[in-house]
Design a protein around this ligand. Sequence first.
Ligand SMILES: C[S@@+](CC[C@H](N)C(=O)[O-])C[C@H]1O[C@@H](n2cnc3c(N)ncnc32)[C@H](O)[C@@H]1O
Length: 219
Amino acid sequence: MGHFTLGLGEKLQQYLLDHSLREPEICRRLRGYTLEMPNAAMLSSPEQVQLLALLCGMLGARRGLEIGTFTGYTTLRLTLALPELEMICCDVSEEYTSVGRTYWQEAGVSDRVDLRLAPAGDTLDRLLAEGARDSFDFAYIDADKTGYRGYIERALQLVRPGGLIAVDNTLWGGAVADPAEQDEDTVALRELNRWLHGLEACDLSMVPVGDGLTLLRRR
Ligand SMILES: C[S@@+](CC[C@H](N)C(=O)[O-])C[C@H]1O[C@@H](n2cnc3c(N)ncnc32)[C@H](O)[C@@H]1O
């Protein structure tokens, strides 16, 4: 199973990739390696990460947060695209992130990646306690779905005004629009989307790329 991409259909999806993807060779290798892993579906889709790289480039981003790092693909792609970018990466899995560390090292970006192995809520609380308020240019939220709201509430304090908060999986394979789907993650994402739609602290766009990516610009 590969990373999840919403239904353009196989042919058009391939066309999109053939005509837009500019993936560094080491990112393609990390993606290929990750796609052989049992939880490959957790990998962020390459066209979505390329969009993030474009947006972060437009922001002139120098400090970013990734909440849910997995095998490090997004951070590898972003740090290669933006030579000044420093990332704080949150995850709880030594096993997944050790793959990322290997590739970050090989790519020569590991000195710009600060991996925090702890529940993301704890890491974000610690950053706030250390005075990191308004100090990040963007945050990418892609960890446990029931935790998203708490991560976004903290990211709204950590990301500077004008900065970006990108939230993955907001269309959740279409399940959010199907009232018959009542599992915990789907319910949490449905509630989250309702909350985000009314959130006045941000400009918002819900983009049907990957598994649905909601872009928030902090006002
Ligand atoms: C969908 S994957 C992230 C994919 C990644 N952004 C990428 O570029 O491919 C979700 C990750 O969140 C991590 N995770 C789950 N619960 C977490 C928590 N409470 N705190 C931090 N990370 C968590 C998992 O270990 C997993 O690696």
